[in-house]
Ligand binder design. Structure first.
Ligand SMILES: [Ca+2]
Length: 236
């Protein structure tokens, strides 16, 4: 008999309620692709980790291919890969919640959750879709002011520009590519208020960098680079 793999981290938790967080192999519904994910198994569900930052050793200053397929190691800092998130969230019969956890350098923490989370195919530049916001960090994806909504935007990297700036004007600065100034890859929309894949900065050197880990509806307006971040998603 062919062994069937769990479709996601929620199913792992359902099959083994005592299972602990760690690296598991899953196979998204309706496909034959299987891959490793880090499952954060908690009382509020089984979460697939998309992104984790805790230090500066692993560079996030990378191109399209790395953001597509993922990089880093699953049980440490990493980026799961947009193609895998697409394969999981394209399933018609499931709905997903995205959770973003943020930690500052002073011992504080905040989070943002979005229902109806989905990532489009590569043909849409892995377009971001999020629904209703809830949480304590503010809705930085929709932005601290109008015109910078990242919901519905494609992904940009240093070698793939989908940021809507041609150029964008910020004061006396003309910005052509958000991925160059803010770093890493993100669903930049006229750059915007959220950017968690830039350069990691240690305590004491964490204020003022355009390239830092930003969630400006929680820490702003002066660019504050967060100590740690985690993005993860689970079925609703
Ligand atoms: Ca541009």
């Amino acid at each position: 008999m062919k062994r069937t793999l769990p479709e996601d981290c929620t199913e792992i938790q359902k099959q083994s309620p005592l299972a602990s967080s760690g690296v598991y192999v899953i196979q998204p519904a309706g496909g034959s692709t299987r891959f490793k994910v880090y499952c954060e198994l908690r009382s509020d569900g089984g979460w697939v980790v998309l992104q984790r930052r805790t230090e500066g050793v692993l560079s996030f200053h990378r191109g399209w291919r790395d953001y597509k397929y993922g990089f880093g190691s699953m049980d440490d800092d990493h980026w799961l890969g947009l193609e895998k998130v697409h394969l999981l969230t394209k399933e018609k019969y499931k709905k997903w919640t995205l959770r973003v956890d943020l930690w500052d350098h002073e011992g504080g923490a905040a989070y943002a959750e979005y229902n109806n989370f989905k990532i489009g195919s590569e043909a849409t530049a892995y377009r971001l879709q999020v629904g209703r916001y809830s949480g304590t960090a503010g809705d930085a994806i929709r932005g601290a002011y109008a015109g910078i909504d990242q919901n519905g935007f494609g992904f940009s990297t240093i070698d793939r520009d989908n940021d809507g700036c041609s150029p964008c004007i910020f004061g006396d600065i003309a910005e052509l590519e958000c991925a160059f100034s803010e770093g890493g890859g993100w669903w930049y929309s006229s750059c915007g208020s959220a950017s968690l894949n830039g350069d990691w900065h240690p305590f004491g050197d964490h204020i003022g960098w355009a390239s830092g880990l930003h969630w400006l509806t929680w820490k702003g307006p002066a660019p504050y680079s967060l100590k740690a971040t985690r993005m993860m998603f689970k079925t609703e």
